[in-house]
Every structure is written in C-alpha cells, then in structure tokens.
Design a protein around this ligand. Sequence first.
Ligand code: ADP
Length: 147
Amino acid sequence: MTLVYPGTFSPFTRGHHAIVMRAITFADRLVVAVGKNSVKESLVSPLSERVETIRRLYVSIPHIEVVTYEKMLTADLVRSFGKEAVILRGIRSFSDFEYEQTVAEVNRRLNGVETLFLFAEPSYAHIRSSVIRELLRYGKDVADYLP
Ligand code: ADP
C-alpha cells in the first residue's frame, strides 16, 4: 500500500513523526508530502528547509520519501502515485475529526482518493505546529516537541 501523508509540517513535530513510524509498519511506501500554506508558513522555515529536515530524519528508511507540492490539489498529487495510493492523516481531537471528515469527502469526490486515519496516541495529542510556532515567536525552547 502506498500512503501519502500531506501536511504543512511547519514545523514537523514528534506527533507527525509518531504517525509516520506507525504507518510505516504496514505501508509498502510512505510519501511525506510537504505543502505550501502562506498562513502557516511564517516564522519557522521555507518549504525547501522543511523538506530537507524531514528527509534527513528518514534518510535510512528507504520506503519513506519526502516531496513538496505547490499549486496542486492534494487529491491530484496522491493520484500521481498510482490508483491505489491513499491519503494518510492523523486525528488528535474532535475538531480535527470534523475538519478531516469534510476534506476526506471532498477528496473522494474529486477523483476517488480515499483517506486513512490514525488517532494520535494520547501522549502526542497536545502537540500542534501552531502552538510550537507561537512558542518560537516568544523565544521558548521547543526541542521537546520536535523529533
Ligand atoms: P495541515 O496544515 O494540512 O493541517 P499539519 O502539518 O498541521 O497539516 O498536519 C498534518 C497531519 O498531521 C494532519 O492530519 C494532522 O491532523 C496530523 N497531526 C498533526 N499533529 C499531530 C499529532 N500531534 N499527532 C497526530 N497527528 C498529528
């Protein structure tokens, strides 16, 4: 099974990493797809640096790849990896659930692409890139939240 894990990953957290490490136990191939999001972009690092950081993290795992995408819908990106490629997303809370439910249905209607969800482990459910960006803005150490 090919899983495509799309996100802004600004920054890539221990929560994201935990989802990748669980998914890789049953996926044949896992593509981390780093997208551009102008709102979430600020402060952390540009797309190219985020990709490099994630690539370095998984350099020794051959069936994990890291790509970027811009000006393209996630559903179309996923289709480019074959008709059996599936989107992977993580769910932390009810608010994630409601948002993800809508996006998954729109993606399915676009080109039939399905979405597979993994619930965050409770010990990672509080980790949110937006909160890390806020801590960074005030000069706090965020090492505990990063892989
Ligand atoms: P987006 O900008 O597309 O919402 P994010 O980079 O914020 O993407 O997150 C990518 C995916 O990872 C989403 O499915 C999100 O719910 C999931 N995710 C984020 N943080 C965690 C976490 N701490 N535990 C599990 N899943 C997470």
